[in-house]
Write a protein that binds this ligand. Sequence first.
Ligand SMILES: Cc1ncc(COP(=O)(O)O)c(C=O)c1O
Length: 365
Amino acid sequence: MIPMVNLKAQYAEIKEEVEQGLAQTIENCSFILGPNVQGFEKEAAEYLGVKHAIGVASGTDALHLALLAEGIGEGDEVITSAFTFIATAEAICYVGAKPVFVDVDAKTFNITAQAIEAAITPKTKAVMPVHLFGQPADMAAIKAVCAKHNLKLVEDCAQSFGASIDAKQTGSIGDSAGFSFFPSKNLGAFGDGGLVTTNSDATAAKVKQLRNHGSDVRYYHDVIGYNSRLDDMQAVILRAKLKRIDRYNASRRHAAHLYSELMADLPLETPYEDGVGVHVYHQYTLLADRRDEILEALQAKQIGCAVYYPVPLHQQNVFKEQCAGLSLPVTEAIAARCLSLPICSELSDETVKQIVAVIRSVFEK
Ligand SMILES: Cc1ncc(COP(=O)(O)O)c(C=O)c1O
């Protein structure tokens, strides 16, 4: 059996460090907003090149609190991708705003400045690009559109920890950003966790207040907030993995490039790298007309694979009414042909070859 992500193998290398850190946290009983959360926030801010990094309970919360802190609310429209995980849109809905879905680029699967500009209305207040599967969106062009129309730019970096454009990390380019530490992410915790990043002191202060019951001073509450703190135990794990993130991402890129090289002659589309940003391959997602046959062949050999995402957001039941009549042809075509293969920092060349051999066998039938 080959899993999509081999978390066990990754753990083996950090086991000692993590166990020591966890034992210390338990010994100190510093469970909530303890020294590891503070340490991780400082180290993550340094790594990402931002002034503030604020640990929260999940990636969904990170996006939700970032939008709230940016002042997005009832009646506002936020332009985002139709080809993403539901949490992107949920965060927009939580603040009372309306997600406006636009089509993606056929090669990068990311939204473009042109699509965003065409969807702007007087109600548009923000744009939330998703750096899907670890490839940065075209932030220079998107930032220019946001500046021109006075829109907030909140990056969904759930899948892009360590991805960069011209040496600038994703999460350091917009007004604020949300990261996810869901276990299978490039930087994954052993449970849920998330991070908001921003260079704005005011936004950071607001997020800190919102994550802790609307309170700056214990038992004094200025607004209705949330219980959304990153756990100190998770911060122990994240600190250990953050030290190794560049190696993890380099291994993912190596495996991805090997897949693409070995499948170059097959009638399918391997992932495209736009050459502008550094893709960190949260997913290795190909496009194929015979997607379902490949999926069945891999499943028959107990090789992990998945369709991310089978139903674009504008076609989900929850948005069907709001999006009646909306056609996003590129997104729809991708959803019908996409397939994600196992990828993680511990994927060996041998395993990649084994997986490609199974895919090749489909075309030799
Ligand atoms: C694009 C995207 N946005 C948001 C999220 C939400 O993150 P979380 O699961 O940590 O709440 C995820 C991941 O699950 C995601 O892939």
